[in-house]
Design a protein around this ligand. Structure first.
Ligand SMILES: Cc1cc2nc3c(=O)[nH]c(=O)nc-3n(C[C@H](O)[C@H](O)[C@H](O)COP(=O)(O)OP(=O)(O)OC[C@H]3O[C@@H](n4cnc5c(N)ncnc54)[C@H](O)[C@@H]3O)c2cc1C
Length: 491
């Protein structure tokens, strides 16, 4: 067996294209070539297309993380739910793994497949809109849905929006959907605002599910990382939208002062959203806190909102959509100027119980270096009011008697495009070490969008008292274990 140096050296000289976390080996161009292809000519006629050309397969062989490489045998560009059901049945018959790709923005191969990959962006219609509900194909991006709902009279919005809205509805409903710029204080996660789903299970059956109909399937697919079904359509709650957003930005060098003001603002009347950025020591501010109030006619009362805070706010106003798409614009800029999509992103994302935020920050922030975040990465903190979360997944920390849980992201972005096996190994080891400590000493759970290596034991601990129910749903709805092998939750 080669030692680590020899291993990396050998891999590097053979043109590494990525890492395979299940076999724990680096994938080279030669080893990435798939074995003989299944008999795709026997797939029944489709409304869309099943493509097998190399360019189409290579284009979906990695995700935003650029760490894991899995090239599928074929890519389904579905024209209908029926296509997905047909191809899932074919995969089951031929024992092929099958994964769904929304926008491919997870960072550790969660949605990749060596078998068939369903490119869900091809199913992206809005089927109906009312002031209270949107029925959509799951491949639609939140940005496109939000533009459509905001154009209604009266204006509406999804009650919770991720910071970046170029993500698919099916993708964020499969991970949870934290309110990056809208939601969290007065609404739940995106999974908490789903009325009904259409799902293709691992047997190729098309099912409808909700809180009252096939609720075990509903519970298993929302935040369920694609393990029990492909979400094809969703009926989603909508909420009234305001016209403007006023944001108060405050800077801190001190963890205690920052946390005090954060806790004040998340409970303050008139504040609709709060999040924070964190920076490695040595930068001008360690924390930047953003509180936003949405408004139509009367302006927010600045004095009331900022009363008693220990920093002086910078105040900016924006139209609602400009506010909601702030991060999209920033990412578009990075895409255009830095080749952001190709940079390596070993992201670390956890849920912390409400009571442990101060201690965790005091322990971790002083250890961060600029390399831990990188010039194009971000450290982020998002509060979520626990009473508004209703679904078993994603797994939040055990209740600790507080009303809040916090997501903490250390979204590392490398300075240069890869491959860079040494950097990846270093960062994956960092993430594994940090997560074990966060879980064991601070009661954290994983928000599974990033790049934290997980063993079978880690997954069982993650799901805790829901593990058996999740396993039962997997056996029932994906008895051949073909759906979404990426995270290797069930082996
Ligand atoms: C810039 C940026 C900002 C972000 N901000 C936030 C934020 O504010 N809040 C937040 O919660 N997250 C945030 N995320 C993380 C994001 O929610 C996840 O990466 C999400 O998975 C991305 O959606 P996607 O469409 O790219 O999904 P993908 O990465 O394509 O899929 C995610 C997982 O779900 C599975 N899947 C996808 N579609 C389906 C489907 N229809 N049915 C069943 N399984 C499916 C995939 O196989 C994969 O396992 C952010 C990510 C980025 C890059």
């Amino acid at each position: 067996m080669l030692g680590r140096r020899g291993f990396l050296g050998a891999a590097a000289s053979a043109a590494v294209v990525g890492f395979d976390p299940s076999s724990r080996v680096w994938v080279t161009e030669a080893s990435a070539a798939p074995p003989s292809a299944p008999p795709f000519d026997r797939v029944p006629p489709l409304d869309g297309q099943l493509v097998v050309d190399d360019a189409a397969r290579e284009a979906v062989a990695t995700d935003l993380g650029n760490i894991v490489h899995r090239k599928p045998h074929a890519v389904l560009r579905p024209g209908s739910t029926r296509d997905i059901a047909t191809v899932v049945r074919f995969c089951r018959e031929h024992r092929l793994g099958v994964s769904t790709r929304g926008q491919g923005h997870t960072t550790h191969g969660q949605g990749l497949s060596n078998g068939v990959l369903i490119e869900n962006k091809y199913l992206n219609r809005v089927h109906s809109l009312t002031p209270r509900t949107a029925v959509v194909d799951s491949g639609i991006k939140w940005m496109d849905l939000t533009k459509a709902t905001y154009a209604q009279t009266p204006r509406t919005t999804p009650p919770t929006l991720t910071a970046y809205t170029g993500l698919s509805v099916g993708g964020t409903l499969s991970v949870g959907g934290i309110g990056g710029l809208v939601g969290g204080l007065n609404s739940g996660l995106q999974v908490d605002h789903v009325r009904e789903l259409e799902v293709v299970t691992g047997t190729g059956d098309v099912e409808r599910c909700s809180r009252t109909q096939k609720s075990d399937l509903f519970e298993a697919v929302l935040g369920g990382l694609g393990q029990c079904g492909v979400i094809t359509k969703a009926a989603l709650d909508l909420a009234p939208a305001k016209e403007n957003a006023r944001t108060y930005a405050l800077e801190y060098g001190d963890t205690a002062a920052f946390c005090r003001d954060l806790r004040t603002l998340i409970d303050r009347q008139g504040v609709d959203h709060v999040y924070a950025e964190l920076f490695p020591p040595g930068t001008t501010a360690t924390y930047k806190l953003y509180a936003t109030a949405f408004f139509d006619g009367p302006q927010p009362d600045n004095a009331a909102i900022t009363r008693g805070l220990s920093a002086t706010p910078q105040i900016t106003d924006a139209g609602y959509l400009d506010y909601a798409f702030t991060i999209d614009n920033a990412i578009d800029e990075l895409r255009a100027t830095m080749g952001w999509d190709r940079l390596i992103k070993p992201w670390y994302d956890i849920w912390l119980p409400g009571s442990t935020l101060e201690n965790y920050l005091a322990e971790v922030v002083p250890t961060l270096t600029p390399r831990d975040i990188g010039p194009y990465g971000a450290g982020l903190i998002y509060p979520q009011r626990r009473s508004l979360t209703t679904r078993p997944f994603p797994r939040l920390p055990r209740p600790d008697g507080t009303r809040w849980a916090f997501v903490l992201d250390i979204n590392t972005v490398a300075e240069k495009a890869g491959p860079d096996p040494a950097f990846v190994e270093e960062m994956l080891a960092r993430n594994a070490r940090m997560f074990a400590r966060a879980r064991d000493a601070h009661g954290a759970t994983l928000y599974p969008i990033g790049s934290v290596p997980f063993t079978a034991r880690d997954w069982r601990l993650q799901y805790g008292d829901r593990w058996q129910a999740f396993q039962a749903a997997k056996r029932r709805y994906d008895p051949s274990g073909i759906l979404t092998p990426g995270p290797a939750i069930f082996g």
